[in-house]
Design a protein around this ligand. Structure first.
Ligand SMILES: *[C@@H]1O[C@H](CO)[C@@H](O)[C@H](O)[C@H]1NC(C)=O
Ligand SMILES: *[C@@H]1O[C@H](CO)[C@@H](O)[C@H](O)[C@H]1NC(C)=O
Ligand SMILES: *[C@@H]1O[C@H](CO)[C@@H](O)[C@H](O)[C@H]1NC(C)=O
Ligand SMILES: *[C@@H]1O[C@H](CO)[C@@H](O)[C@H](O)[C@H]1NC(C)=O
Length: 149
């Protein structure tokens, strides 16, 4: 089953800065995305700082042709300790973030189990590449990275 999924995945690559990003052509749950990246010798993408994020954002927009809505998994969650997000690639705490500024009615979705971070471009809801906590079982495109050192 897993190998079938892998075969179905078509990857596109590019080199930006020192990082080699690969965007999936299929959507997957956060955990499947994590595993698919690993199986290919890469990691679900981490974001170090604003410059780094700008590169990633540009890459996603181009590859997925985001005109209306794009939602993409990145490699961070707070499954270990609720409220403390860490990068799966390094185990380090997430430092740079790009959450959307909070609105008054933000408590609407409090009941949901949202532990994985997605990058969201969705102008209708005022998401301009902001990060959003989402349920890990949802299916999203995702980005794997290979860091050239
Ligand atoms: C791994 O990623 C490369 C692109 O970096 C791609 O050419 C290759 O097909 C991928 N391999 C698998 C097994 O998905
Ligand atoms: C941002 O992160 C990238 C990737 O890790 C690194 O190469 C770069 O030096 C960092 N830039 C700053 C200003 O910290
Ligand atoms: C991107 O999507 C728009 C709208 O769906 C389409 O008109 C355009 O041709 C697409 N561009 C590319 C490069 O695929
Ligand atoms: C949000 O929380 C406040 C106070 O905790 C409550 O009065 C309000 O009804 C909540 N809003 C929604 C949409 O649940």
């Amino acid at each position: 089953m897993k190998s079938i999924i892998l075969v179905l995945l078509i990857y596109t690559c590019t080199v930006l800065g020192s990082k080699h990003y690969v965007v999936s052509k299929e959507k997957a749950t956060w955990h499947d995305a994590f595993n698919h990246c690993k199986a290919n010798g890469t990691q679900l993408v981490s974001v170090a700082n604003r410059t780094d994020y700008h590169h990633l954002q540009t890459f996603i927009a181009k590859r997925l042709n985001c005109t209306e809505k794009c939602a993409v998994w990145i490699g961070a969650n707070d499954l270990a300790t609720k409220g403390t997000f860490t990068w799966v690639a390094t185990g380090r705490r997430v430092e740079f973030t790009n959450w959307k500024p909070k609105k008054k009615l933000d408590n609407v979705s409090k009941a949901r189990e949202e532990h994985c971070i997605e990058v969201l471009y969705y102008l209708k809801r005022s998401y301009r590449w902001h990060w959003r906590k989402s349920e890990c079982r949802r299916k999203r495109y995702y980005v794997c990275e290979k860091v050239h050192t």
